[in-house]
Design a protein around this ligand. Sequence first.
Ligand code: PGA
Length: 267
Amino acid sequence: MSVKKILIFNWKMAPQSLSEAKRLLTNYKRPITNNEENKKEIVVASPSVYLVYLSSLSSVVGRKSSVKLGAQDVFYENSGAYTGEISPKMLKNLGVKYVIIGHSERRKYLGETDEMINKKVLAVLKAGLKVILCVGEPTRSIKYKVESIKQAKNYIKKQLEKDLKKVSNIKYQVSRNLIVAYEPVWAIGGSHSDTPEDALEMIKYIKQTLNSKFYILNSRVLYGGSVNSKNIGDFLKRPEIDGALIGHASLKVEEVKKIIEIASKIV
Ligand code: PGA
């Protein structure tokens, strides 16, 4: 069964004003309408403060558009005294469809633990939103490559075991609503991506683990980490790589256009 590939653009904390966010989002519109056939699913993960306004831009993120809005984080309760937090329900009521959870920058700078991430994953799936769960090992040695890939697999297996705990108890369509982004931490930052061959090996491993440990069969698994218009084709042309999570390049108009155009030529 061929799966629809997905491109997730993560703006992180880059746009500093609403007008900047609006201008950025408008750039995602044109290349898509030009490529009606073989459309890719496109998600723009904006800082939360802009989501209310961006969700009203129906010409870009309307029902018929293949561009959808995503959040970069969420809290794990639906209401209560949690100052500063945003609930899955709030996002859902706004029309947001996707939520990134467990990005390595949140794990590192905000001290997000696997336990918190697991609660978020469960809450978001229960709310009927799609989870983009980020996993990835912190380092990889080029010199001791075989050993290092083995260690990376172990690291990710442990992350998945903790982050997806009790996920099989959820009655909703878990495999459809769960997307895993393999983001080796050392490859994030826009300058040094993983090789498509190694990313493919890791992605195949993640799929096997989802299957054997959680009975999750058809979840999409993406690659993220310094993806740009020059390397996106090499990742996406592998049938097992179901898409990409794009950080830095998502802020550059020409890059976005090229990435979407290249992706639209790959089935
Ligand atoms: P990058 O970011 O494309 O800038 O490496 C990817 C990410 O952090 O999701």
